[in-house]
Design a binder for this molecule. Sequence first.
Ligand code: 5RP
Length: 226
Amino acid sequence: MTTLSQDELKTLVGQAALKYVVEGEIVGVGTGSTVNKFIEALASMKDRIKGAVSSSEASTQKLEALGIPVFDSNEVPELAVYIDGADEIDGKGYMVKGGGAALTREKIVAAQSRQFICIADESKRVAVLGAFPLPVEVVPMATQRIVAQFAAMGGQASVRMKDGKPLVTDNGQHIVDVKGLKIEDPLAFESQVNQWPGVVTVGVFAHQKASVCLLGTAQGVKTLTY
Ligand code: 5RP
């Protein structure tokens, strides 16, 4: 048996997601290397969809370069499906996201979608969320207080840097990445951190969880439903 690389697994799940795209409609599109594979596959049916709502400037550029029209999320009251990757997904479809710093727009598009289809290779599957550093988008003036609040929970938060400066998101904010957390109750954790002043978005997706995960494994694409 030949072993598929992580990149090949991403291609497989990106292609498998096409069957969830509703013809004649607008599809919600996430961000990241797995989603990039989905976008490439989506180009093959671009004449059969109206277009996409995108969760980042990076995905918008890629969609438009392939001739797929991108709509403002405010123009579209509801989407049938949102297709996105994850940094971690547990046995209930709860996820950690934001490795690509797009978590806020991802959560917005997920919230306007009836179904979240997660596409991931099997390295993303975990029993308990928290092994991947948790991304949190923050208003810069609140950073140090938020770092201290995570420290009080046993987490070590640090500001994500790019080219020697804090990374600036598509929304003009910063990201802190928190190590050392074990998120046993994702719903409660998301609600709690959401209430801290200065938190724009916490990268736990529990209220906007996946209903399906297309998981790339050595045995092929497995469909997990939650
Ligand atoms: C971006 C995300 C991505 O979905 C997540 O980081 C997974 O990315 P990849 O498919 O490149 O592993 O949340 O903010």
